[in-house]
Design a protein around this ligand. Structure first.
Ligand SMILES: [Mn+2]
Length: 343
């Protein structure tokens, strides 16, 4: 800068003085280490439900994240973050709306109420001109939230991609699910494989097209899921790919898949994607997961893409956390996804 100053004073006195001062003031007054995204407005929604999961406790996730100052921390990254609070459940649905296949789902009526409420709430956030940030809660929430995002963009016939970062692909159908828990099935419904009430949350035949879906960090996959991923040719980057190619190459490929012919993508981040040594506070941990830097690099590249339509952070279970390390990494990952940078 001082060299530039010296050089420019040789040219024009005014220009030479004004330019470095303007540059200096940018350095002094800009928000530190934040990407220039601050015009994006965000809307935060809590999904305090874990009845779609095997292990309970993630319903406390949104409360604990807020108690740790999440909103104020995010407002240091982007000025406009509005907290819409937690979703409000509607009435118990008429049993007649469910298909035979859906009837095998555990807690069917209540998970449906929660997903229907989240579907409408997510669409409302988008209608307000804000990018949704959804705090889980178990991963069954994505059936509602991604249906809501898809419905919003369906009005202009725009498609929505999905980057699903998770140890598990969550693409069982009720027929292949070993547990009957909805948190292992949302993608099968979103992709239109299971007819019934959940599919009808979407205004189109299916909320998403599998050709715009990319998995990252897979390492615990059920047999039915493995067959489906192969048959449908779904883009899936397991931990092997992260190990061999590095997170940078993997995320860039995932972004390419999720943005091909779409408006952008939803990032659905399950905390069990991270290694359990890093993030123990989650219901179905599996060893061999993402490191601190791998997970942060992913968020950095997502933020740089400027194609994020909605962000969800799921399966944070405070009851299983150890010394607050999971809540800390969860908040840190959200900050990075919103544009915080190292330099
Ligand atoms: Mn999951």
């Amino acid at each position: 800068m001082f060299l530039e100053f010296a050089a420019s004073t040789k040219r024009d006195f005014v220009r030479g003085l004004v330019t470095p001062i303007a540059r200096l003031s940018k350095v002094i007054f800009r928000r530190d280490n934040v990407m220039n995204h601050s015009s994006t407005k965000y809307g935060l929604l809590g999904f305090p439900s874990d009845i779609g999961a095997t292990v309970s406790g993630s319903k406390e996730g949104p409360r604990v994240l807020r108690e740790h100052g999440l909103i104020d921390i995010l407002r240091r990254v982007v000025p406009d973050v509005h907290d819409y609070g937690d979703i409000t459940l509607g009435d118990t649905p008429n049993d007649g709306i469910f298909s035979a296949e859906e009837r095998t789902i555990r807690n069917l009526h209540d998970v449906y109420r929660a997903d229907k409420a989240l579907c409408e709430a997510t669409k409302k956030v988008l209608e307000d001109g804000r990018t949704p940030i959804i705090l889980g809660g178990d991963h069954s929430l994505s059936l509602g939230s991604i249906s809501g995002v898809s419905n919003f963009y369906a009005r202009h016939a725009e498609n929505v991609g999905v980057i699903w970062v998770d140890a598990h692909p969550d693409i069982n159908t009720p027929a292949t699910s070993p547990s009957g828990n909805l948190f292992g099935m949302p993608l099968a419904f979103l992709g239109g494989l299971v007819p019934g009430a959940f599919q009808k949350l979407s205004d189109r035949d299916k909320a998403i097209d599998f050709k715009n879906l990319a998995f990252i960090a897979l390492r615990d996959v059920d047999e039915g899921e493995r067959s489906l991923i192969r048959e449908r040719g779904i883009t899936a980057f397991s931990m092997r790919d992260v190990d061999l190619r590095g997170m940078g190459a993997v995320v860039n490929d995932a972004i390419r898949v999720a943005t091909a012919g779409t408006k952008g993508f939803v990032l659905s981040f399950d905390l069990d994607a991270c290694d359990p040594l890093l993030a123990p506070g989650t219901g179905t941990p599996y060893r061999g997961g993402l490191t601190f830097r791998e997970s942060h690099l992913l968020m950095e590249l997502i933020a740089e893409s400027r194609k994020l339509l909605s962000l969800e952070l799921v399966e944070f279970n405070p009851l299983l956390d150890k010394g607050g390390q999971t809540v800390e990494i969860a908040i840190s990952l959200l900050e990075t996804a919103l544009g915080r940078t190292i330099l």
